[in-house]
Design a protein around this ligand. Structure first.
Ligand code: NAD
Length: 258
């Protein structure tokens, strides 16, 4: 489905990014893997190339303009073009009551999740235009769009809601260039993100909502990275050629029950 296409994926060393990189490579894309975790990124690269896929790994901190510019240029130099951008790198950051969340903690979450999305798109767009069009996919979340029940997640939720507004604006702005932009909003997905999260003093907020019992099609618990990857494959490919400016919830319907 992606033969001849080149895809840039940020946060590609782990979880949803790694799963999507494998999926895109299986479908014929050449994949630029970008992350700060070089060892893990190298492992994903070895797995893809070992299976006959084409990829390259670049160190890239999405919150740093020079780093993103360099990563995009390195990838395009190697593969000659860019058609698909998956702005996926993100952190949960520190979850804490608002009067305890420190300014630098707020800034870090916004810098990686929101500024990182802007920087990735900013440096990639000239290459998409040169390719005559393309597809941008942004990883937002149910959190900040449909579900607001995670105690202490004010910075995270704000960044995720901001990504959806950004997605719509970019879709509007770049439609005339043949560039589509959509967001995926995962629910709970089985990745490493939770173990990197600092939960501080959130119990006392008491706003965690238990999911009510639902039908098996709803509320079926954690999804896997491949569930998001398959949705991204749809958004990256021509199957979604008439789809732009939307967010797709990949949560098994769970957020409808909240
Ligand atoms: P993950 O921690 O497994 O993977 C995230 C990757 O992003 C890691 O490899 C990490 O090194 C990378 N990263 C972090 N900061 C970076 C930076 N400054 N520059 C470049 N790379 C950086 O987590 P995941 O669950 O796969 O998360 C991917 C995206 O999905 C995030 O945007 C996250 O907010 C979103 N998301 C995840 C879930 C979930 O339940 N797992 C739910 C909703 C949204």
């Amino acid at each position: 489905m992606l033969d001849g296409k080149v895809a840039l994926i940020t946060g590609a060393a782990s979880g949803i990014g790694a799963g999507t990189a494998r999926r895109f490579a299986q479908e014929g894309a050449r994949v630029i893997l970008a992350d700060v975790q070089d060892g893990e990124g190298q492992q994903v690269l070895d797995e893809i190339t070992g299976g006959g896929g084409q990829a390259l790994y670049v160190h890239c901190d999405v919150s740093d303009a020079d780093s993103v510019r360099e990563a995009v240029e390195t990838g395009v130099r190697e593969f000659g073009r860019l058609d698909i951008v998956f702005a996926n790198a993100g952190i949960n950051g520190v979850w804490a009551p608002i009067d305890e969340l420190q300014p630098e903690e707020w800034d870090q979450t916004i810098a990686i999740n929101l500024r990182g999305t802007y920087l990735t798109v900013h440096f990639a767009v000239p290459h998409l235009k040169r390719a005559g069009g393309g597809s941008i996919i942004v990883t937002s979340s149910v959190n900040g769009n449909r579900t607001f029940s995670s105690p202490g997640a004010s910075a995270y939720s704000t960044s995720k809601a901001g990504q959806v507004a950004f997605t719509r604006m970019i879709a509007l702005e770049l439609g005339r260039d043949g560039i589509r932009c959509n967001a995926v909003c995962p629910g709970l997905i089985h990745t490493n993100i939770e173990e990197r999260t600092e939960h501080r003093d959130t119990e006392k907020l008491g706003i965690e909502v238990e999911l009510p019992e639902g039908s098996p099609a709803l509320n079926e618990g954690e999804g896997e990275p491949v569930d998001v990857a398959d949705t991204c494959l749809f958004l990256a490919s021509d199957l979604s050629r008439h789809v732009s400016g939307v967010e797709i919830y990949v949560d098994g319907g769970a957020s409808l029950l909240r």
